[in-house]
Design a protein around this ligand. Structure first.
Ligand SMILES: [Zn+2]
Ligand SMILES: [Zn+2]
Length: 270
């Protein structure tokens, strides 16, 4: 919930190979739950150079179909609910210019940064981080993405704490660097509701995300937050109490929760 108006900018589709339900089911559930805006942001495909086939994202050949499907839903729900077209992407710097072109070409409304892997070989997911060195790698890569100017927010900034053993100086440094950069780049940090579900299911190590300690720091820095459902099933969009509780929790910490990811365009004429 963003200021009484329900908006979600983080929604997946079955194309990523680890979500379920049809695009139409996501839209219908969101509409029935009272959402004003639903942003589809499935895991982006990439033009992998080494023939790598990802198990966690749509294939490049599915991109046009994805865009067409979201556009069709946008038309279907016109006047009832706003539907936006987007993607969640890693910080694969060699492909940033490709991504910029695709965003333009497909008329995407925004992109969000969800930095799951260190590089396009996708051998090492950052969620497997257990050593300070892993967190340094994650921070460095994520900063590169944040500074690219391509993204509207940083999703689950603490994703590298999925199974990290304990809060240490490396965690402190990671949090400091990401919060500092987010502040100077005016990039909102996403409080990720799927993480809450993971925690309840016992999927995390001792830390996981969203982590109170991280968000206390974000509040100290004066960061802005956006709440993301990170829906991998249509029913995730029905959990309105979770959205409301998250907003209250963040506001109690002193964080400013954004009403919208779109914001005023800096270059738009007065
Ligand atoms: Zn996913
Ligand atoms: Zn996601």
């Amino acid at each position: 919930m963003q200021n009484g108006v329900l908006r979600n900018y983080h929604t997946h589709t079955v194309r990523c190979k680890h979500a379920r339900d049809t695009d139409g089911e996501y839209a219908e559930k969101a509409y029935r739950a009272g959402f004003e805006t639903l942003g589809f942001s499935d895991h982006s495909p990439w033009p992998f150079t080494d023939g790598h086939v990802s198990r966690v994202r749509m294939d490049l050949a599915e991109l046009e179909g994805y865009c067409a499907s979201v556009r069709a839903l946008r038309k279907e729900y016109e006047g009832k609910m706003r539907i936006l077209l987007a993607m969640e992407c890693e910080a694969y710097a060699p492909h940033f210019s490709w991504l910029r072109e695709i965003k333009e070409e497909m008329g995407m409304d925004y992109l969000i940064l969800g930095n799951h892997f260190s590089d396009e070989t996708e051998v090492f997911p950052f969620s497997w981080s257990t050593e300070p060195e892993h967190l340094r790698l994650y921070t460095e890569s994520t900063l590169r993405g944040m500074e690219s100017g391509l993204f509207a927010c940083l999703c689950h900034p603490e994703v590298a704490l999925f199974r990290y053993p304990a809060w240490d100086q490396a965690c402190e440094d990671m949090a400091d660097e990401l919060c500092k950069a987010a502040l100077s780049l005016k990039l909102p940090l996403e409080y990720n509701l799927l993480g809450e579900v993971y925690r309840e299911k016992g999927k995390f190590g001792p830390l996981g995300y969203p982590l109170l300690r991280f968000w206390e720091k974000a509040a100290e820095y004066g960061n802005t937050a956006v709440i993301g459902v990170d829906a991998h099933s249509a029913s995730a969009l029905e959990d309105i109490p979770r959205l409301k509780a998250a907003r209250e929790r963040l506001e109690k910490l002193g964080l400013k929760v954004l009403d919208s990811l779109e914001g005023p365009k800096e270059s738009s004429p007065a």
